[in-house]
Ligand binder design. Structure first.
Ligand code: ATP
Length: 204
């Protein structure tokens, strides 16, 4: 049995906040692997607001996790023709790996929208959810309230609050910084910064 963390995201671009989240989950929950899973057509984000092509987003993830044998790039959603629903993806992983335990790693903003996802009741029985604080939404009280709400609305809910360092970075802010010609050196791995420059992504 493996303990596998799933770190899904748009990764437009991947940044140090994502990497911190994965690393903390890996350490705190003694995971064997973390799968970084860029989404292709996420239901919760307007496809128009994703600025870089999926191939670039995948490539940036690949570069960011290079040299970490415990990390793995998972392209199941990235290259799917259809909208990717987390419940379908997780059921797929669960069915293909029935002996493994899955840990779905999310930030606070995702915790607050979880009950509006499609079929959250199919997600809970097949994975543990690791939810981390995130800068502006860092009140543990509100997060615990949300967890209790989910626990009373659904069955088999196992959501753990993860106390992680706060990294004040979002892809949205980074895209703005790049457009304004500001440095993103402190926010992304060097190889990702170089890739963005080389391919002139986000108006670089
Ligand atoms: P955008 O700004 O474009 O909405 P994002 O920075 O939130 O993007 P996503 O790829 O949408 O990045 O995020 C994937 C997951 O990582 C989400 O669950 C999100 O909550 C979490 N996450 C992103 N940035 C951070 C951060 N700085 N600290 C903790 N969690 C984060």
């Amino acid at each position: 049995m493996r303990k596998i963390g799933i770190m899904g995201g748009t990764f437009d671009p991947i940044h140090n906040g994502h990497l911190m989240l994965a690393r903390e989950a890996y350490k705190i929950y003694h995971l064997d692997e973390v799968w970084f899973m860029p989404n292709g057509r996420p239901p919760h984000k307007n496809i128009e607001t994703i600025e870089s092509d999926v191939h670039h987003r995948v490539e940036m993830v690949k570069l960011a996790i290079e040299g970490h044998p415990e990390y793995h790039l998972e392209t199941y959603e990235a290259f799917s023709e259809n909208t990717s629903y987390s419940y379908q993806t997780l059921e797929h992983f669960h069915n293909c790996n029935p002996d493994d335990e899955f840990y779905f790693i999310i930030g606070a903003d995702s915790l607050f929208t979880l009950d509006s996802w499609v079929h959250p009741e199919r997600i809970f029985p097949i994975c543990t959810i690791l939810a981390a604080y995130r800068d502006e939404i860092d009140t543990s009280g509100e997060m615990l309230e949300q967890i209790h709400k989910l626990e009373s609305s659904y069955e088999s809910v196992d959501i753990r609050l993860m106390v992680t360092p706060l990294i004040h970075v979002s892809s949205h802010e980074l895209r703005k910084k790049i457009k304004n010609g500001e440095s993103i050196q402190k926010d992304v791995p060097e190889v990702v910064e170089a890739y963005i420059r080389e391919h002139r992504l986000f108006g670089a």
